[in-house]
Ligand binder design. Structure first.
Ligand SMILES: Cc1cc2nc3c(=O)[nH]c(=O)nc-3n(C[C@H](O)[C@H](O)[C@H](O)COP(=O)(O)OP(=O)(O)OC[C@H]3O[C@@H](n4cnc5c(N)ncnc54)[C@H](O)[C@@H]3O)c2cc1C
Length: 425
């Protein structure tokens, strides 16, 4: 191979990871801890992409997929209702159509039940997996065991959560239905007129500074000799006789194995390996208030009737919302999230005088069936996939990392991994 830098490995197996989001960084730590010589590629800073701006939830009860019969009924509103659960940009329609058809298929009741079964082992192990990686990287203080709260203001809104409650009950999720006083005990600064009931999952965790956790995971890997190369990956290619070539905008290097963790940008690299995947992006937005009052909220609070979450992040309260099907290249459209600012100020009156310090958009890497792609490539045995975590990438990063590390070491899988294989597409 021309211009190829062969990695000096001193006999250790070398692994390239494409993507330094939370999934790539967690996987780097888990593999470096097993003695692999890890090199992480990203054209941006570690943890600075989608993994930086999420709501911070490690949602261990998230067994309900995005596509459900109720959501399918609301699909027409994607086009016609600017305040609906999601929005579809007409210019992206033909590109997203195959994804949308699979999304509709995934929302049939029987499929919802089987997807929930496949989500259960992942989400139920998520917190423990994070705590293990956090202990390895000295970052346990970044994970707060404060639970995940949703509040409802109407009976109709609460009754929309029936499927969620049914699936959580079926899959043994620890949750409780709260009355208004119980919600007030948990979050005294929320306006009491903004809710009548709540749903609380006490076992969920919260990371108020997701970039710091991603960086800490990579630092843990770096202490185990992992490297970070800030270059743009152009091509990943299996080499005849074994190994993988990674061509960047600067040079080409060879590794024994590859983990593809490039989030919403993973599809083209999987294709270069020879595998097709149905992956698009559900773009999401946040507006960050420069709040100086740490006591405004204790944990993320979801408002399902308004499709948004308020989260007390390290630098202020974030109003998080948006599920926009518009692909990877269209400019952001902040109109929907801006329209939620008066709502945010009404439910959390302490925000009234807070200035807006940031508007942000990120790219959820979403499969139509809400299941990530975790596993070995059927086309190339030394390529592993770790992407497609959609709404749950922070939640599932550590458990994904441990599963990938288990595959490298040949450990028996702790549960059936076939629902996450890429060949389902
Ligand atoms: C508004 C919003 C709220 C969310 N809230 C939550 C939540 O509360 N809980 C939760 O679990 N999840 C949440 N998520 C989802 C979660 O943030 C994502 O699933 C997760 O960040 C995906 O992580 P990742 O590492 O797979 O991808 P990314 O963070 O996108 O990382 C992929 C990396 O690959 C790099 N890359 C891509 N192409 C190339 C290339 N050619 N060369 C080099 N590098 C490349 C990118 O620069 C990027 O850094 C939310 C998402 C959004 C948008």
């Amino acid at each position: 191979m021309n211009h190829a830098e062969i990695q000096a490995t001193n006999g250790r197996r070398s692994v390239a990871i494409v993507g330094a989001g939370v999934v790539g960084a967690a996987t780097a730590l888990a593999l470096a801890a097993q003695g692999y010589l890890v090199t992480v590629f990203d054209h941006g800073e570690i943890g600075a992409g989608t993994s930086s701006g999420n709501a911070g939830g490690i949602v261990t009860g998230a067994v309900t997929p995005t596509a459900t019969p109720g959501v399918l009924r609301s699909i027409p509103s994607y086009v016609f209702d600017p305040n609906g659960a999601a929005v579809l940009r007409p210019s992206h329609f033909f590109q997203v159509l195959p994804w949308l058809l699979r999304f509709i298929e995934a929302g049939r009741p029987a499929r919802v039940a089987s997807i929930a079964r496949a989500l259960e082992p992942l989400v139920s192990m998520a917190m423990q997996a994070h705590l293990e990686l956090a202990d390895m990287s000295g970052s346990r203080s970044l994970i707060q065991p404060v639970g995940w709260l949703k509040v409802y203001n109407s009976d109709a809104g609460f009754s929309e959560s029936a499927l969620d409650r049914q699936l959580m009950t079926r899959h043994g999720v620890n949750f409780s239905v709260l009355n208004a006083d119980e919600v007030a005990d948990l979050e005294p600064r929320l306006d009491k007129n903004s809710y009548s009931r709540g749903l609380f999952q006490p076992d969920s965790g919260f990371v108020n500074y997701p970039t710091a956790l991603t960086r800490a995971y990579f630092e843990g890997a770096r202490q185990r000799q992992a490297q970070y190369i800030q270059e743009s990956v152009l091509e990943v290619r299996p080499i005849e006789g074994g190994g993988i070539a990674i061509r960047t905008d600067k040079t080409t290097r060879q590794f024994d194995s590859l983990v593809l963790a490039a989030g919403a940008w993973s599809k083209k690299f999987a294709k270069q390996i020879g595998d097709n995947v149905c992956l698009d992006t559900e773009r999401g937005y946040h507006i960050s208030f420069a709040s100086t009052d740490d006591a405004l909220l204790r944990r993320p609070v979801g408002f399902p009737e308004r499709h948004c979450v308020l989260s007390p992040m390290h630098d202020g309260i974030s109003l998080v919302s948006g599920d926009e099907l518009a692909g990877l290249n269209a400019p952001p459209d902040y109109r929907r999230i801006r329209a939620l600012v008066p709502f945010a100020k009404s439910v959390l009156p302490g925000l009234a005088d807070q200035a807006i310090q940031r508007e942000w958009m990120g790219y959820r890497p979403s499969t139509p069936d809400s299941l990530p792609v975790i596993g070995r490539s059927p086309s190339c045995k030394n390529v592993y996939y770790a992407f497609g975590h959609g709404h749950l990438g922070l939640t599932l990063a550590a458990v994904t990392a441990q599963l990938i590390a288990g595959m490298f070491s040949g450990r028996p899988a702790p549960f059936d991994l076939s629902p996450y294989r890429i060949s389902r597409f």
